[in-house]
Design a protein around this ligand. Structure first.
Ligand code: ZN
Length: 254
């Protein structure tokens, strides 16, 4: 059973200008309303799930589900599963997500480096007979590409939600969005399998499409903005990253 922090959130009178929902970090997975707690524990293993005051449904039935069920629902792009993961498991609204942000950023960069290396391999750019110096230079190129590509990607996402979707500037909110984008890119984990087994190059395209749609869904869950707008921003960011990758590859090979 997944056990979210039932004590997250506060019941103080601070922030009286906010709506009641915004004071609590946990969310109802059905409607996105803030929840003071998701369950009441009477004794170990004996809990009662709370109902949402707005939609009158059980706020988070995923609490009693195994993670595999949650993962399957995420793969099926169910908004409820994303709300559960981002708000009720990772406590995205609590504002203390710096540790998760660094770890997920590192994993994201590593997976991107894997992707770039696989693409270069498919173009026969790597040669096992190369000298140590050339291998070192290749690693430098990969790191440069990953850093520049992701800088452009993140910049386009943040500018897109700031100006196209008209979301007000708030550092903690933008940090939540960044973490949601990183976590929702979990489809890139398939790249690890591609390093072990041979797959057709079209699998890259399938993974990219799944990552874009997953990013858009997570962005919509965190910002409560329209899915079409979020999809446009994510598609634009991935396109900008794609062209920067191609441009840098061309520049470095030249
Ligand atoms: Zn609800």
């Amino acid at each position: 059973m997944v056990a979210p922090n039932a004590n997250a959130g506060g019941d103080s009178g601070e922030g009286s200008t906010e709506s009641v929902d915004d004071r609590w970090f946990l969310r109802c997975v059905n409607c996105g309303s803030g929840m003071r707690s998701l369950f009441v524990q009477y004794s170990p293993g004996n809990i009662r799930l709370m109902k949402c005051e707005h939609c009158k449904a059980v706020a988070d039935p995923y609490i009693e589900c195994e993670f595999m069920i949650i993962l399957i629902d995420m793969i099926l792009h169910k908004r409820k599963a994303y709300r559960h993961l981002l708000f009720n498991m990772l406590n995205l609204g609590a504002g203390d997500s710096k540790g998760i942000l660094w770890k997920s950023s590192l994993l994201y960069f590593l997976l991107d480096a894997c992707r770039f290396s696989l693409l270069k391999n498919s173009k026969a750019c790597l040669d096992s007979s190369r000298s140590l110096l050339l291998s070192f230079l290749t690693c430098g190129k990969v790191m440069l590409n990953v850093l520049l590509g992701n800088f452009i990607f993140i910049s386009v996402v943040l500018l897109g939600i700031r100006f196209l979707l008209n979301l007000s500037f708030d550092v903690s909110r933008y940090r939540q969005i960044l973490l949601a984008i990183l976590v929702s890119s979990y489809f890139k984990l398939y790249l690890v399998a591609m390093m072990v087994w041979e797959f057709p190059s079209s699998v890259f395209l399938v993974i990219d499409i799944l990552v874009i749609s997953s990013n858009a869904l997570a962005l919509g869950v965190v910002t409560e903005l329209q899915t079409a707008g979020c999809l446009g921003v994510c598609f634009g960011a991935h396109a900008a990253k794609f062209f920067s990758d191609r441009w840098l590859l061309h520049l470095l090979s030249g």
